[in-house]
Ligand binder design. Structure first.
Ligand code: PLP
Length: 335
């Protein structure tokens, strides 16, 4: 991204110190991320955050926090799940209970209704990996009511914001939910929205009304970080801070993110039209799950050089526009 390159060049010229950033990381980065994600000073005032080693680090730190503060909790997890979610929860010693991910969210709502107070629902904020589902606002509202009624804590994983229906549209469901529940935790990845995969950029937020409990949670997160990797890496967070504290650079980044989103949308709609699989057009985000079985996916790879997972998931971002027709023909040939 040009905004990222510009920020990096500025940082290189300023040559920032290589001093430790501390277990909580870059405070300005956290403030700007909180403002971007929550877009509401009242929500930001209820949030305490730490910088993490990307989205994965945020997920792991928060899972450890939830395990430390409620060893008997069960985490409700939708399947198919992001491949690393079960491993992260298991590594933190948390028990999981699975339900199906469906467009109407019925199994998720039933799981919440059957849960015990203090249990946790791990869910993706938008562009669910791998199903491509983004929940509509009305479903977020129903979910918030169910969570609040049952005392179940939402654990929101935000990895693909900006790549579904638009930056604010992708974050809106989470914002609505956070306004309506007493406690929540949010894991954020900077990998996709800024293309900072190798810089391991992310953050973890704990939201709640009680300032004392919030600060306790933040201290616990810092202690877990300290005992794991001591301090997060500085560079990626400094890039995001540079972008989000400069209004002109923020505008440029938003425009670049939007054009990435539109490119993905164009590829998705193109594949839907060319393959005749109309449902593909309803998916959102970087990945697309094709309605193909593992044998067809194997054939797609070995006979046509199109790589995807046995589950049918392919990475849209990896398809050059010039190859769209060829990829669609390959999908039709193996279907
Ligand atoms: C749903 C989801 N959450 C979190 C992550 C973690 O991303 P990272 O650790 O690269 O920031 C990913 C990466 O693929 C993901 O798909």
């Amino acid at each position: 991204m040009d905004a990222v390159r510009t920020a990096e060049l500025r940082l290189a010229r300023r040559s920032p110190s290589k001093a430790y950033v501390g277990p909580a990381g870059n405070e300005r980065f956290l403030e700007t991320m909180s403002a971007l994600l929550f877009a509401d000073a009242r929500l930001s005032a209820r949030a305490a955050g730490v910088q993490t080693v990307a989205g994965t680090g945020a997920l792991r730190l928060l899972a450890e926090l939830l395990a430390a503060t409620g060893p008997d909790r069960t985490v409700l997890l939708g399947t198919p799940a992001y491949v690393n979610h079960p491993a992260i929860l298991a590594a933190a010693g948390l028990r999981t209970e699975l339900h199906r991910v469906t467009p109407d969210g019925s199994a998720m709502l039933a799981a919440v209704d059957a849960a015990r107070p203090g249990d946790v629902l791990l869910l993706q904020g938008c562009c669910h990996n791998p199903t491509g589902l983004s929940m509509p606002p009305a479903l977020w509202d129903r979910l918030a009511a169910a969570l609040a009624r049952r005392g179940v804590v939402p654990f929101v994983d935000q990895a693909y914001f900006g790549l579904g229906d638009g930056l604010d549209e992708d974050l809106e469901g989470m914002r609505r939910l956070l306004r309506d529940v007493p406690d929540a935790v949010v894991a954020v990845s900077g990998s996709k929205a800024w293309g900072l995969y190798s810089e391991r950029t992310g953050c973890a937020f704990v939201l709640g009304d009680d300032a004392g409990r919030r600060e306790q949670a933040r201290t616990l997160l810092e202690n877990i970080a300290r005992a794991s990797y001591s301090q997060p890496p500085a560079h990626g967070a400094a890039i995001v801070e540079e972008i989000l504290t400069d209004p002109a650079l923020t505008v440029r980044w938003r425009a670049e993110l939007e054009s990435m989103r539109q490119r993905l949308g164009g590829l998705r709609d193109g594949l839907a039209a060319l393959t005749g699989f109309a449902g593909l057009g309803d998916q959102r985000g970087m990945f697309l799950t094709l309605p193909l079985d593992p044998a067809a996916m194997r054939s797609l790879r070995s006979d046509h050089g199109v790589y995807g997972l046995p589950s049918g998931r392919i990475n849209l971002a990896g398809i050059p526009s010039s190859r769209l027709t060829g990829v669609a023909a390959a999908i039709r040939a193996v279907a």
